[in-house]
Design a protein around this ligand. Structure first.
Ligand SMILES: O=c1ccn([C@@H]2O[C@H](COP(=O)(O)OP(=O)(O)O[C@H]3O[C@H](CO)[C@@H](O)[C@H](O)[C@H]3O)[C@@H](O)[C@H]2O)c(=O)[nH]1
Ligand SMILES: [Mn+2]
Length: 777
């Protein structure tokens, strides 16, 4: 496996530096690899020792309660051990890559550059304001690339005339914007980002800003009014398009709407150069047919585009991911066009990077581990997972393994179909509507063997995983200047709901017949299988986190010791395991360019997720698994509330609304505070806490982490504070939990006047002395 990994990394260097060609890209291993491996060996031994300790304790458990407590700790630690083991995939061969886009022109003519189809998905004009979707489209239409080779397809799952209107306006504005960017060599090619930046104030720039602002006002006014009225419709062609929104048209039930807004073969910008294609697609929807959310939308675009332009390269983008670097496409081409690797390369993934994260990143919106550290690690093995946006695909990879092409039902959809008719010709448009039909996929391979794969709410992860299992490779491209900037939830409920959806989607893969733990390990080997499995089982972090958030504290409240004493050598094992894991985690984070404060918030948020979205995600998944409930893809809102956004800027947590997830979180905060303060009280009264030190430490650590929650409950008065209903429910439930725990732990507490501590590991010698009636010191 290791040899295979090194081979893949190595072949990329050879591919480009031999044969007399100037190199397109290089790859080199990261310096920390040796340290990671040595440390892994030591840490693995410590985990084995801990498991031995648990086994021993379990075996000598004197009572059912202590047996159950040890069992809970053992299960938690087994889950932690699983995550630690699977993290090694990301630590064994991390690599870092460089591209040389300037060399592309030396090995191929500009006219031979492959064409690109961009897929932009949007689903709700109110959660995803059309003006920002327009910015995303404009930013990629203006790539440094032969313009006529770019086609942008916008998928509107919201089926909204407002979005179509915005894009009609965008098509007009683009004829000014594209030549402006290219002539002035602008870096920020999303107008919004450009006007926010420190740009020059030439008369040309001022002029273009006026045109942009007037478009923006028009689009926003139409959005406010909720409909496109007559005064905004300027041609018969536009009227014809909007006429499709008849009375029976709803977002869940409507015919396909496909509108060519710019045609590269005809339309010219104001300087006379050709424009990219711009096509609006809202696939047919009908309440009786499953639409498979984003994966379904992308498959509809795959079909519509193969019949219209059939570019060999596809870029998938979420509506909020604006390009931040016009060179990105050329960078991706350094891999996609490299003859040495392209035949097995499915995709080139750029990391998700966000604009507008607050200084210390309180909601861990940066996802450094998920999108950068882990993907860099997988990149050195067989390639990163697909993260849904900012990813350039070979169209061919959606149609079977590298060695055997699966032909779709009709030849026009095949990746090798040659488009020979204009995109606006009658027959092309008719076929486009036909393949955007909601029943088109019935009895076909779409979603199972062809295209984006169905069956999980995280279609990105699942599709990338299945492609890799078919034998495709992938590459992470993480240039210094971020290639795309996305939008991050700036409100706690949104962030947790998003991650609850991910948790459910990942568990759907984990417990499917294509589980990475079984199918994945079989087809990709242990390293890749485990790397994918770590993500799939993401939500079961909730088991150890919830256990450690409540169990030691409840035991502490009842003065029952469940960990080794400070004087025992097992204590040092615990200390090493904790400090080792935390230290290495911090090191990884900082070496990937994060600050220590952000790391601190990252670990805090990991605990928060453990008792909220991971927990509720797992519960929802199992209910769904048992057929009791169903969950859908709730789109994350990208619209910003000014007041919330101000609090976010200041780094203040946003609660505001009641949510069951806030209840469990508040319960954990209360229980930890009470147990820690009670323990502290005992210390001040002069009682010996040696046997309870670890429990004191854990609850103290949690109290420090929970500070923003106490603030939100008691010290704040703004609209983002903890709703009183949440606090009351959490307090009642915490009380009930406390009572239940006292009842359960009662038989274990030894009452001898002082602060009694039970230690379940009965030491033979101690036992003897105890039997002889000697005091033990
Ligand atoms: O029925 C749907 C639902 C969503 N979307 C689009 O999917 C994208 C992602 O939705 P969002 O609400 O932003 O979800 P996130 O959780 O932020 O998205 C992350 O997680 C998703 C699921 O794994 C991936 O698809 C995304 O690429 C990834 O950025 C957006 O452009 C939506 O418009 C659709 O087109 N149709
Ligand atoms: Mn998103």
């Amino acid at each position: 496996m290791g040899a295979r990994a090194r081979q893949q990394g190595g072949s990329a260097i050879q591919a480009t530096s031999t044969g007399g060609h100037p190199s397109l890209h290089t790859v080199k291993p990261l310096g920390r690899t040796l340290f990671n491996r040595v440390f892994a060996a030591i840490y693995a031994l410590s985990i084995l020792a801990l498991l031995f300790y648990h086994a021993k304790t379990l075996f000598y458990s004197p009572a059912l309660v202590s047996f159950s407590v040890t069992l809970a700790l053992l299960i938690s630690d087994l889950v932690l051990a699983f995550f630690w083991v699977s993290t090694q995939t990301f630590r064994m061969f991390p690599v870092c890559r460089k591209q040389f886009p300037e060399n592309l022109k030396k090995i191929m003519e500009r006219s031979d550059f492959p064409a690109l189809d961009v897929f932009i998905c949007t689903a709700d004009p109110y959660k995803e304001p059309p003006i920002s979707v327009v910015n995303t489209a404009l930013s990629v239409m203006a790539y440094d690339y032969p313009t006529e080779k770019i086609s942008v397809y916008v998928s509107d799952d919201g089926g909204s005339a407002l979005t179509l209107f915005a894009f009609m306006e965008a098509a007009k504005f683009a004829t000014h914007w594209l030549p402006f960017c290219k002539k002035n060599n602008i870096l920020e090619r999303s107008p919004e980002a450009y006007f926010e930046s420190n740009h020059s104030f030439t008369s040309e720039a001022v002029n273009i800003k006026i045109i942009y602002e007037s478009m923006k006002v028009k689009v926003e006014r139409v959005l406010e009014r909720g409909e496109v009225d007559d005064e905004n419709i300027t041609s018969g062609q536009e009227r014809e398009a909007f006429n499709k929104w008849a009375d029976s048209f709803t977002r869940q039930d409507h015919p396909a709407v496909i509108q060519v807004l710019l045609d590269a073969s005809k339309d010219r910008d104001i300087a006379g150069y050709s424009m990219p294609n711009l096509i609006y697609v809202s696939r047919e929807k009908n309440k009786a047919s499953p639409h498979h959310f984003k994966a379904g939308a992308l498959n509809a675009l795959l079909r519509v585009s193969s019949n219209m332009t059939n570019a060999p390269i596809i870029l998938t983008l979420d509506c909020d991911f604006c390009s931040n670097d016009p060179q990105t496409l050329l960078r991706a081409m350094c891999y996609l066009c490299d003859p040495a690797i392209r035949s097995t390369l499915a995709y080139v993934q750029f990391p998700q990077i966000y604009r507008g994260i607050n200084k210390n990143d309180i909601y861990c919106g940066e996802f450094k581990r998920l999108f950068v550290i882990n993907t860099m690690g997988m990149d050195g093995v067989e390639g990163p997972n697909y993260v849904g946006t900012g990813c350039f695909f070979h169209r061919r990879s959606f149609f079977g393994s590298p060695s055997s092409l699966i032909s779709p039902e009709i030849p026009e959809l095949s990746p090798d179909h040659v488009v020979d008719k204009p995109i606006q010709s009658q027959s092309v448009l008719a076929l486009a509507h036909q393949v955007a039909d909601c029943n088109y996929e019935n009895q076909t391979d779409w979603g199972s063997k062809i295209g984006f794969r169905y069956g999980s709410l995280v279609e990105d992860y699942y599709t990338g995983f299945r492609l890799q299992c078919e034998g495709w490779k992938s590459i992470l491209c993480n240039p210094e200047r971020p290639a795309f900037f996305g939008h991050v939830p700036i409100n706690l409920a949104d962030a947790l709901n998003q991650q609850k959806r991910w948790s459910i989607g990942l568990l759907e893969v984990a417990f499917s017949k294509h589980s990475p733990a079984t199918f994945g390990v079989r087809s990709k080997g242990i390293l890749m299988g485990l790397g994918y499995a770590q993500l799939a089982f993401w939500a079961i972090w909730s088991i150890p986190i919830t256990t450690y958030a409540f169990l030691p504290q409840l035991a502490l409240l009842n003065q029952v010791s469940i960990f080794p004493k400070v004087s025992e050598s097992w204590f040092f094992l615990y200390a090493f395991l904790f400090l080792g894991a935390y230290g290495q985690d911090c090191l990884d984070f900082v070496l990937a360019g994060g600050s220590v404060q952000r790391w601190w918030n990252d670990q805090r948020f990991w605990h928060i997720r453990g008792v909220t979205c991971y927990l509720f995600g797992s519960i929802e998944f199992f209910l769904k698994f048992l057929g009791i409930s169903a969950s859908g893809f709730t789109v994350t809102s990208k619209a910003v509330d000014a007041e919330q956004s101000k609090r976010y800027e200041q780094g203040i947590f946003e609660f505001g609304v009641h949510s069951p997830m806030f209840v469990t979180l508040t319960m954990a905060a209360i229980i930890n505070l009470i147990s820690f303060s009670q323990g502290l009280g005992e210390v001040f009264r002069g009682n010996d806490l040696e046997g309870l030190f670890m429990q004191m430490f854990i609850s103290g650590f949690a109290v420090v982490n929970c500070w923003p929650i106490y603030e939100a409950i008691a010290l704040r008065n703004d609209n983002g504070k903890m709703p009183i209903k949440t606090t009351i429910m959490a307090t009642l439930l915490a009380g009930a939990l406390y009572m239940a725990a006292s009842f359960i732990f009662k038989p274990l507490g030894i009452s001898n006047g002082g602060f009694a501590v039970t230690n379940e590991v009965v030491d033979d010698e101690q036992g003897k002395r105890y039997d002889q009636g000697n005091f033990e010191f």
